[in-house]
Ligand binder design. Structure first.
Ligand code: UDP
Length: 322
């Protein structure tokens, strides 16, 4: 499919980054995984150290970036990505989206590398168009608590397009919708890890608000396939990658409880500020351009994720992040 062979993945020890490291190694590439381990975890890539084509750099991508040798591609995935993380790390979130993206683009320019930005459905904010096509400009509160993530990613998209237009860098932008799978942190605070670890421990399931807000959950392998195809495409404008199968958070919580065979009760807690009321990707662009659509249904994806969470929960309480 390609002659590209050496990739830098920032945030490579995170949930998505580690799956990408694995995929690129599997495709025969040499992989440089860079992570400051703020929200990433070295255990996510531990198994990859046995592979001589895998290198780990413990580095903060917002600082001067040096990588020796050629690079064919840079995938910029470093960033806190869970609402509780970016509320707790607001300045780092803004820095990695802005300064980190600038540094990674500068490196791509110096190396003549293809650049792929991990962007997000959060660019659409609390959307007034549903489902969300790439052409929708979004409804983001720039000064709300989520603004640190949303605006950092919107800035990152603008910076990426500027490098593309001004410097002629081959850039790609993936807008990632809610994704789940093995290697999400148990205490990461997002819906799936929260519900699954609560269900497995018989704890109350914390549904925020009345649970009528909707999300559309994509299994990680489907996302990785979409990213692989987008990198090899010629599309510089943003492309949504996500699973359009939409449900309410209450339905999702019930599904997780049932699958875990748990007796946990559902409790209702306050809805976080600016929590989007609906979210569903319009994936027609990815279907047409990349011949991509999700293959893993929710039941199958949740079962695979459950195996991982069972092992983690029985291993004891999660280590603290810092
Ligand atoms: N949510 C919830 N309980 C939790 C965690 C999340 O009800 O313990 C809700 C959250 O308010 C949101 C949805 O689940 O409406 C998805 O949240 P998540 O943090 O996974 O991602 P988001 O889509 O908000 O970025």
């Amino acid at each position: 499919m390609s002659k590209l062979k050496r990739v830098l993945i920032t945030g490579g020890a995170g949930f998505l980054g580690s799956h990408l490291c694995e995929r690129f190694l599997g495709e025969g590439w040499e992989v440089i995984c860079m992570d400051n381990l703020l929200t990433g975890d070295i255990s996510n890539v531990e198994a990859l150290f046995a592979e001589s084509r895998f290198h780990f750099e413990h580095r903060d991508v917002t600082e001067y970036l040096h990588v020796g040798g050629d690079l064919d591609a840079i995938l910029h995935f470093a960033s806190p990505a869970s609402p509780i993380d970016y509320l707790e790390l607001p300045i780092q979130t803004l820095k990695v989206g802005s300064l980190g993206t600038h540094k990674a683009l500068g490196l791509a320019r110096a190396k003549g590398a293809r650049f792929l930005l991990a962007s997000t459905s959060e660019c659409y904010g609390d959307p007034q168009v549903h489902p969300q096509p790439e052409s929708y400009w979004g409804n983001v509160n720039p000064v709300g608590p989520r603004g640190v993530y949303d605006e950092a990613k919107r800035f990152a998209e603008a910076m990426t397009m500027a490098y593309h237009r001004f410097h002629g860098i081959p850039t790609r932008i993936v807008r990632i919708f809610n994704t789940y799978g093995p290697r999400m942190r148990l205490a990461d605070g997002r819906a799936l890890p929260a519900f699954m670890s609560q269900a497995l421990q018989g704890l109350p399931i914390t549904v925020f608000g009345d649970g009528s807000q909707t999300r559309s959950f994509c299994y990680v392998d489907d996302l990785v396939e979409g990213i692989w195809r987008l990198l090899h495409s010629e599309e510089a404008e943003p492309v949504n990658i996500g699973n359009p199968s939409e449900m309410t958070i209450l339905e999702f919580a019930r599904k997780v409880v049932e699958l875990c065979g748990s007796s946990s009760e559902i409790t209702f807690e306050p809805l976080p500020v600016d929590d989007p009321k609906v979210r569903q990707p319009d994936i027609r662009k990815a279907q047409a351009l990349l011949d991509w659509e999700p293959q893993v249904d929710l039941e199958t994806g949740l079962r695979r994720t459950l195996d991982y969470f069972r092992a983690r929960v029985s291993a004891g309480p999660p280590p603290s992040r810092r």
